[in-house]
Design a protein around this ligand. Structure first.
Ligand code: FMN
Length: 453
């Protein structure tokens, strides 16, 4: 019996995303800036049985040195990209079961403001919020937009992120005791001052001294996700993440990442299954194998190579177009996205630039699954059985509901028949539906040590 999986929709507040196919006839993303566009999508995802909508964040855009490829603006490669946080409460008011994973960056944000935003959204969504913790891709442009002098080295970004998250955990778990809010009109006591604690933090990157002016929310700490499987990224994930997003096409490679993350969790005093792993996957369904392959080929023929290379440059920090097509990336280094680069580093067997450009068209690193509904369900099932991942992020292909329509109508029923999806879609807080257990952080998570009661 294949285990039950969780499913998320992989989106960004932009008219164009992973596939660079916004101009495909099936794509209708012109109204991406309207709430109505996202309300319609959220209703379809909720009715279809998705567990959550993931809203990625792009604070920067592809840039190398002082150059921004012209294709970035012309073909909308991460420009425009609006603020995903602004969408959540409107969508939470529109659908009452779907969960929301939203990216926020430890490079651009301030710990106090970040903690208050997620606590506010945890209340407004009744616990249906999760934080995808990133140090941010598109570092070159981001550094300029934030007025920073230079790109912070990769591993140092994770050290800074570690202190950032520790401070957030202390605010969420340690600032207010569970019964601090008394709301007693007779004694004009809103909260018991003895149970609301001043937090003092004086670290290498951040300082904090004061109360946390946000009352405890259903999960207190939003479900914590992370997306970055470099060595520093895995060490960070093993300490904090309850769920990790990966982009591995080969089930054997994914299986090694899953096993390594779980072993590292145990090294951090956590349970092996304390970390769920979700792989990003690009899915194309057709009524016949021929039709599906034709749809895939048609989609792959849609984006320009320049757009695909620009997106990859923003995510990895590597400009593929500056290399000869027969060269490889075997010896290349990056301070931006190391796991994005290592996708194409395999010593002597490393793919050439020409091969990489073919592979990243419409989907960067995750599995590309194409076929009839039956065959797609088979491929997803086999991938789970061989890799032990806990679920999938269905990647943006055509944009909007066009990405998900056939998957919801034709593949989900088969996954339910096979027991891979629950008959009744999951509800409750994000932690309960993705990790299981209660709404609060498990006692084995380092954040629990800040609790007073
Ligand atoms: C599925 C997935 C989603 C991601 N979402 C974001 C995002 O929303 N914003 C962002 O800046 N980076 C995002 N990233 C990139 C990661 O944050 C990170 O830069 C990248 O995985 C490289 O990390 P590493 O250098 O630790 O390997 C995502 C990566 C993956 C695999």
């Amino acid at each position: 019996m294949t285990k039950q999986i969780v499913l998320g929709a992989f989106e960004e507040f932009t008219p164009n995303f992973i596939s660079n196919a916004w101009h495909h006839p099936k794509a209708h993303t012109k109204d991406f800036a309207t709430l109505r566009y996202w309300q319609d999508l959220a209703r379809e995802l909720e009715a279809g049985g998705f567990d959550f909508l993931f809203l990625a964040e792009a604070l920067g855009y592809p840039m190398s040195g002082d150059e921004v490829p012209e294709v970035v603006v012309r073909e909308a490669v991460q420009v425009p990209a609006h603020d995903p946080m602004t969408l959540v409460s409107g969508l939470a008011a529109t659908v009452d079961r779907l969960g929301f994973v939203v990216t926020a960056s430890t490079t651009s944000q301030q710990p106090y403001l970040n903690a208050r935003t997620y606590t506010s959204l945890d209340h407004l969504t009744e616990g249906r919020i999760a934080w995808n913790i990133v140090t941010s891709d598109n570092q070159v442009a981001l550094t300029r937009l934030l007025g920073l002098n230079s790109v912070t080295p990769h591993d140092e970004r994770y050290r800074r992120a570690t202190e950032f998250v520790e401070l957030n955990l202390e605010l969420w778990e340690g600032a207010w005791e569970d019964d601090a809010v008394v709301y007693d009109k007779a004694t004009r006591t809103y909260a018991d001052p003895a149970k609301v604690h001043r937090i003092r933090h004086d670290g290498e990157y951040f300082r904090y001294d004061g109360f946390f002016p946000a009352i405890p929310s259903p999960q207190r700490t939003p479900l914590l996700l992370q997306a970055g499987t470099s060595s520093a990224g895995r060490a960070f994930a093993a300490r904090f993440a309850e769920c990790v997003f990966i982009q591995d096409r080969d089930p054997a490679v994914a299986a090694r990442v899953v096993a390594d993350l779980r072993a590292r969790a145990v090294d951090n005093g956590r349970d092996a299954d304390a970390i769920k792993v979700i792989d990003a996957v690009s899915v194309i369904v057709g009524d016949t194998e021929e039709e599906a392959l034709a749809l895939r080929a048609d989609l792959d023929a849609t984006p320009s190579m320049e757009a695909a290379a620009a997106l990859y440059m923003g995510w990895s920090g590597v400009d593929l177009l500056q290399f000869p097509l027969d060269a490889t990336l075997a010896e290349v280094k990056t301070e931006v996205g190391q796991s994005m680069l290592s996708l194409f580093q395999d010593g002597e067997k490393s793919p050439t630039i020409r091969e990489i450009l073919q592979r990243i068209t419409t989907s960067i690193g995750g599995p590309r699954i194409t076929g009839t509904p039956e065959s797609v369900a088979d491929q997803l099932q086999e991938f789970v059985e061989r890799s032990d991942v806990d679920g999938f992020l269905i990647e943006y292909t055509y944009g909007g509901i066009a990405t998900y329509r056939d998957i919801i109508d034709k593949v989900f029923p088969l996954l339910r028949e096979r027991g891979m999806l629950p008959d009744t879609p999951r509800s409750g807080t994000m932690r309960e539906r993705i990790v299981g257990g209660g709404p609060r952080l498990p006692r084995t998570h380092p954040g629990a040590r800040y609790r007073r009661d």
